[in-house]
Design a protein around this ligand. Sequence first.
Ligand SMILES: Nc1ncnc2c1ncn2[C@@H]1O[C@H](COP(=O)(O)OP(=O)(O)OP(=O)(O)O)[C@@H](O)[C@H]1O
Ligand SMILES: [Mg+2]
Length: 268
Amino acid sequence: MSEAAVEKALDQKMNTVPFKMVGRDVSVYYGEKRALFDVNLDVRENTVTALIGPSGCGKSTFLRTLNRMNDTIENCRVTGKITLDEDDIYDLSIDVVELRARVGMVFQKPNPFPKSIYDNVSYGPRIHGLARTKAELDAVVETSLQKAGLWNEVKDRLHEPGTGLSGGQQQRLCIARAVAVSPEVILMDEPCSALDPIATAKVEELIHELRANFTIVIVTHSMQQAARVSQRTAMFHLGNLVEENDTDKMFTNPDDQRTQDYIMGRFG
Ligand SMILES: Nc1ncnc2c1ncn2[C@@H]1O[C@H](COP(=O)(O)OP(=O)(O)OP(=O)(O)O)[C@@H](O)[C@H]1O
Ligand SMILES: [Mg+2]
């Protein structure tokens, strides 16, 4: 097959990936201030979607609408519709705790609980009743730490505090904690910004592997990171979704001038 034919086949493949989450006319207000304007964005299954754009453009705000973390912010109001599979996640019948188990989150600053490594990972499965016996719980802890690429580094110190790990290890612990409840989607808000280049590379590699089993949405300020880890990229500017496209296209031949300017470092 010629290079063009391969590319076309890949494009077609990308275009047939089912949508895991769909956002329609999503607007967000903080009191009187409107932070997002009628955003229409689809999140594809088993795909890494990167959200990029200058500071204050609404990336974190949009990310938080996907598991209703905005509910925790006073004065914050969301309009429009967001579905997970077919479920409207803002419907009154939705149990938010259950929703956040299906759509997990990893934050910018690693935030392990002030507890042991074991307890950090086993907490979610315990409260969600995902393990019936100690042996089952042990197994969930081990596989989650393995998926987060941390098992070998911590297997002999599971009962030491999570806060005693290095920054990069703590972030992988937080990823293990997110993975432990078997979420369908994992949201990551600048997960590497507090990490050094080596720890960043580890987390990026991990994101690449997690994609096989999870749908991932990641906010990043690093164009290189977006290009390395994502298959789809969405560009925000002043609360608007400017463009959403295959990552390769976004970084070589974007449709919108604002995307071009941003990735060339002309603003932001
Ligand atoms: N809790 C809040 N209360 C009031 N306004 C907020 C709140 N959080 C965000 N905003 C406002 O909403 C807009 C979008 O903010 P958001 O944090 O989503 O941007 P961002 O793209 O994630 O920026 P950054 O790259 O700096 O993290 C900004 O104008 C911001 O000031
Ligand atoms: Mg942000």
